[in-house]
Design a protein around this ligand. Structure first.
Ligand code: GSH
Length: 297
């Protein structure tokens, strides 16, 4: 008679070979776009619209940082911040087109090209784009030394921290083809520590860098505002996000800003159709959408 209780399965033991070679199928949500080399896979120039600023992006947290900034600048009356936002479908490998790679050799959204000067200026990396726009328009980045240092410190904190949240925790908790406890424990530990960093800071200040709303809030909110509202990776209960009450207070306040409500719709391809503006080429493009339908964060 066979034993009806199967032995508990253990992960397949893996001994790295001397030289790594790519697996035939790596599995996971992004398996079809992962590759070990850079560069273009096909010829495709980037489209250029009528505005000085051309954005090539997708409504992920890194993309939303920039569309929120552009909408905030327009809300302040900076008409030079008018922009075309083109959709880049990363799941279909559009970031590997020759035009995209020329604008961003790292093949990741977001990338912006500024055509307002004699020569186009390319800017890649969302943090660099936020600084570029803040300096170009003199907004959302304080000029006073201490306040500027604080803002840039938190901006860099976000750029360094989010890969542990997305590429680490999110990947192993939600996307990896098998649940590996060691990896999930490691990144859950780090993400909870990061949330505590933010919670302690926001217990003391209204915004991340102090009394004023800055590009640091715009960088952090799309990642950690979403996480604290339980909207990232279905992990709200697992991480007990409701305990970070100061982050919640801050996330709710930012979500109410009209420019944030607009910015998070741009290049969005998931969720309620009423909340998606797949491409944005004119301020009036939002008129076809009912802002009231934007889901609260
Ligand atoms: N550090 C970069 C990260 C950008 C990034 O990871 N973009 C992702 C989407 S959120 C992407 O384009 N992935 C496509 C790929 O990896 O091929 C930034 O902040 O701009």
């Amino acid at each position: 008679m066979t034993d009806p209780t199967p032995a508990p399965s253990s992960p397949t033991p893996y001994t790295p070979p001397k030289v790594w070679t790519p697996p035939a199928a790596s599995g996971g949500r992004f398996a079809n776009i992962n590759r070990p080399v850079a560069g273009a896979t096909h010829e495709k120039p980037l489209p250029v619209g009528k505005h000085p600023l051309q954005l090539y992006s997708l409504g992920t947290p890194n993309g939303v940082k920039v569309t929120v900034m552009l909408e905030e600048l327009l809300a302040l009356g900076h008409s030079g911040a008018e922009y075309d936002a083109w959709l880049v479908r990363i799941n279909e490998g559009e970031q590997f087109g020759s035009g995209f790679v020329a604008a961003n050799p790292n093949s990741k959204i977001p990338v912006m090209v500024d055509h307002s000067g004699p020569q186009p200026v390319r800017v890649f990396e969302s943090g660099a784009i936020l600084i570029y726009l803040a300096e170009k328009f003199g907004a959302y980045l304080p000029t006073q030394t201490a306040a500027r240092a604080e803002t840039l410190s938190w901006l860099m904190w976000q750029m360094g921290s989010a890969p542990f949240l997305g590429g680490g925790f999110g990947h192993f908790y939600a996307y990896a083809p098998e649940k590996i406890q060691y990896a999930i424990d490691r990144y859950a530990m780090e993400v909870k520590r990061q949330m505590d960093v933010l919670d302690r800071r926001l217990a003391e200040t209204r915004y991340i860098a102090g009394d004023d709303y800055t590009i640091a809030d715009m960088a952090i909110w799309p990642w950690y505002g979403r996480l604290v509202k339980g909207q990232a990776y279905g992990s709200g209960e697992f991480l007990q996000v409701h305990t970070y009450t100061h982050v919640l207070r801050w996330a709710d306040e930012i979500a109410q800003r009209p420019a944030v409500r607009r910015g998070r719709m741009v290049n969005r391809v998931e969720g309620e159709p009423a909340n998606q503006l797949r491409e944005r080429h004119d301020a009036s493009d939002f008129d076809t959408k009912t802002q009231d339908k934007v889901a609260p964060t």
